[in-house]
Structures are given as C-alpha cells and as structure tokens.
Design a protein around this ligand. Structure first.
Ligand SMILES: NC(=O)C1=CN([C@@H]2O[C@H](COP(=O)(O)OP(=O)(O)OC[C@H]3O[C@@H](n4cnc5c(N)ncnc54)[C@H](O)[C@@H]3O)[C@@H](O)[C@H]2O)C=CC1
Ligand SMILES: O=C(O)[C@@H]1CCC=N1
Length: 276
C-alpha cells in the first residue's frame, strides 16, 4: 500500500524503521519527502532503500496513506501541498503534537479519514508507546491498517482525542524524562569512579529489571519501592535527598507542563486559523 511520508526527521525515520523491521510496510511502498534537505533524503534511501522525491505527483499520487511528520508550525503548508491528492480513500496519519484532527479536516476542505497518533522515538526499536485517536471517517479497514502500522512499532492504545495531550506528556515526551534520570545516574557513576561501559550495563539492567518488575510482579510500584528500601539503609538515605528536593513533585509538574504545552500548541490551531 503506497505510503507517503511528508517530513523526514527523527519521527518519520523511527516509524519507517519499525514498520520495515516488522513487515507492516515494504520499502517499495514508501515514498519520503522533506522541505529541502536533499542530503537527508539520500541518507534515508541509502539506509532503508525507500523511495524519496520532491515531485508531488511521484510522492502523493495514489498514496493510500499520507503520514504527516513535520513540526506543527509547518503543517499548514504541508496540508496545502497534499490537498489536491487527497481522496475519499486516503488515510491521513498525523504524528504532530497538539494539532487537532479538526484542523487537518478543515484545511483539506473535505471529509477525510484521519488518525492522530502520539508515538515516541522508541519506535526505532519497535518499542514505542503510542496513543491514537480516529475521526468518524476512518473505516474499519483503515483502523486495522493504522493499528497494524503502529503495532509494528510498539504498543498501541486507542484514546479519545482530548486525552492525547496527556499521552504526549506521559509517553510522547516520556523517553526524554527517563533519559534525564539516566544521565544523572551516568554522571553519578562517573563521579564515584565506576568505569563508563560497566556503569552503562548496570544502569540498563536496572532500568529493564525495574520495568519488568512493574510489569510482571503484580505489586504496586510503591510496594516495589518499599521492598528495596530497608529501614536505615542506603535506599532510604538516597530517597531522603530526593524528597528533600521535592523531586516527585518536580516530575509531576514536568509531565503536567508537557501536557499543557501540547494543549497550548493545539490551541494555535483552533478556529481553523493558525495564530502567529
Ligand atoms: N521527536 C519525538 O520524540 C516525537 C515527535 N513527534 C512529532 O513528530 C513531528 C516530527 O518531529 P521530528 O521528526 O522530531 O521533527 P524533525 O524536525 O526532525 O523533522 C521534521 C521534518 O519535516 C520536514 N518538513 C517541514 N516542512 C515541510 C513541508 N512543508 N513539506 C515537507 N516536509 C516538511 C522537514 O524538512 C523535516 O524533514 C512533530 O510534529 C512532533 O510533534 C511526535 C512524537 C514524538
Ligand atoms: O517535544 C515535542 O514536542 C515532541 C512531541 C513529543 C515528543 N517530542
């Protein structure tokens, strides 16, 4: 099924990689374009053997799926570009943070099937946590197609569109928040004299082990934390410092702010008019 990617950045690459690895898409079916960075398109051709082009006919004519993967500020121009190629058969998949489906429909000036998705960059290794919403024009077949595409890059859940802002805060931006913690662990390991590669191994295993415990133990996360924390022991000493600095609240504020930013980005697209 011909699938056009408009936008060739990190998110497009992550989806392409995941979909190719898992066989949801074949390389011959994919056409990728971007704004003007030819070198980047060449890189994608060499790496994934996908088609790339700047010719609108070549990219969009007959595409059953068009994936919007540019920054939200560029969406209006992109929608103008694709408008004449969109038919009642086309499925638009948008991964743009904060851009409502209604904006896409109104810019395309027709009833069109839209799936709005919020994946994350772990799509690159088939481990995205993706939330998707569907508009009423999406057929059962297109829904299956979207689920197949996103399931090829990780876990997919369907949520109401208004909840995509929260999904963005939790799992869209989430990897960056986890990397932030890991960066702090790496810095600590260095200060404490642990060799870099060895520290990395320990940190990765600690992360995947903790994730596995959360997933499989059946215990609440709080219970798991308490099970590590011996009275008067090392963990308690460490957690006292985090509590002194209100780190839990800082994280809650962080995710709330990321969610609010997603809403703010969205509000710029209301009333079918992109405000400056
Ligand atoms: N990076 C992330 O972790 C996530 C990003 N997203 C969303 O994915 C989207 C893309 O993000 P990135 O890949 O990080 O951005 P990026 O900046 O790496 O890539 C954007 C791409 O869009 C292209 N582009 C811009 N205007 C265009 C136009 N008119 N026609 C054709 N191509 C055009 C650029 O040339 C570039 O290839 C954003 O809207 C973001 O909100 C969603 C989930 C996670
Ligand atoms: O930072 C951003 O706006 C995008 C959306 C979620 C992750 N990256």
């Amino acid at each position: 099924m011909k699938t056009a990617f408009i936008g060739a950045g990190s998110m497009a690459e992550a989806i392409i990689t995941g979909a190719l690895v898992n066989g949801a898409l074949q390389k011959e079916e994919i056409v990728v374009t971007n704004h003007s960075n030819q070198k980047r398109l060449q890189e994608l051709t060499e790496k994934y053997k996908v088609n790339t082009s700047y010719d609108h006919e070549t990219i969009f004519q007959g595409a059953k799926v068009i994936v919007l993967a540019m920054k939200p500020k560029d969406v209006k121009e992109a929608l103008q570009t694709i408008q004449s190629y969109v038919t009642s058969d086309t499925l638009i998949i948008s991964v743009l943070a904060g851009v409502p489906m209604e904006f896409i429909e109104s810019e395309l000036k027709q009833q069109v099937a839209v799936v709005r998705a919020m994946p994350n960059t772990s799509a690159m290794i088939g481990k995205s946590a993706t939330g998707i919403s569907l508009n009423s024009a999406v057929t059962e077949q297109q829904k299956e197609l979207a689920l197949q595409l996103f399931s090829a890059i990780g876990l997919t859940v369907i949520v109401e569109e208004h909840l995509l802002d929260a999904v963005t805060g939790i799992s869209g931006s989430g990897p960056a928040f986890i990397y932030y913690v890991v960066e702090a662990m790496e810095s600590s390991a260095e200060i404490l004299g642990l060799e870099k590669d060895l520290a990395k191994k320990l940190i990765i295993q600690t992360l995947t082990g903790a994730a596995g415990m959360i997933e499989t133990s059946g215990a609440k996360t709080e219970e798991l934390r308490k099970a590590v924390t011996s009275p008067g022991g090392t963990t308690e000493a460490g957690l006292n410092v985090l509590n002194k600095h209100n780190v839990k609240n800082a994280f809650i504020e962080c995710i709330t702010e990321a969610t609010a930013q997603s809403k703010r980005l969205g509000s710029r697209f209301q009333k079918q008019e992109m405000k400056k």
